[in-house]
Design a protein around this ligand. Sequence first.
Ligand code: GLU
Length: 299
Amino acid sequence: MTGRFAPSPSGRMHMGNLWSCLLAWLAARSVGGGMVLRLEDLDPDRCRPEYCDQVMRDLEWLGLDWDGEPVYQSKRTEVYRRAFQTLEQQDVIYPCFCTRAERLAASAPHRSDGAVVYDGRCGRLRLAEREELSRTRRPSWRVRTPERVIAFRDLLQGDYKEDLKQDCGDFILRRSDGVFAYQLAVVVDDAAMGITQVVRGSDLLSSTPRQLWLQERLNLPHPEYGHLPLLLAPDGRRLAKRDRDLELGRLQEKYTAPELVGRLAFAAGLTDRPEAISPRELLPLFSWEKLPREDLVWM
Ligand code: GLU
């Protein structure tokens, strides 16, 4: 069993990241599993090396460890290129010249926030039209999704399914600036790093059918998935980087690491009271059955 941390170093970690990291760590370590760290620094516009260092310091501060050297996605472009070529050879990739492409190709997935299902128009262009368009525009690259329902059983959210063509549409695997998309990198890396269990926020639940399908196309194993309920800001919104009060720097002014872990553990249903505790002390208390299924407001 091997789990993973996969933070995006685009700023300081916030409560939501800590929540996912703590629970992913507990899920793996409580059964003697391995834990690896991958820094999802694919997007050069948003990620900085100093943020990567900070993420590692923050995980250590919290009392979470990992095995081996961290993996930096920014250094793995060649590996993603090979996977991309494999898909090209399967004839499921096409260039998309739509100007909305940049938005849709955002480095982190947004579909559950109401992103648009692409209608596939560039997939129907004739060769001459493509050539004409590529004279003035640099395309992004989409994968042609099949009309197929991809279903899986999530460790927390139960049965989940999605019709790839209808619910998701053709999605971007490579941005027009050459950066490979999260969806491609994540499946390549989860396999390369031997991940057998993915624990992450339920904002990524709807990415999972795409990832399962890409794994199939690339002949990679499927890990099991557990999508955690989200921690919401006191006003019920999703936590975002702009919620400065819930950013780790601020939290560290208020809490020691065991105090913060204690509050997270209590919110997770692992303890009766929000008392200071270390991740290590929580190991015997972890079980999937105790975890909440619904999003919860962080107090
Ligand atoms: N890097 C993503 C994030 O920080 C997580 C990706 C994943 O767990 O698959 O939201």
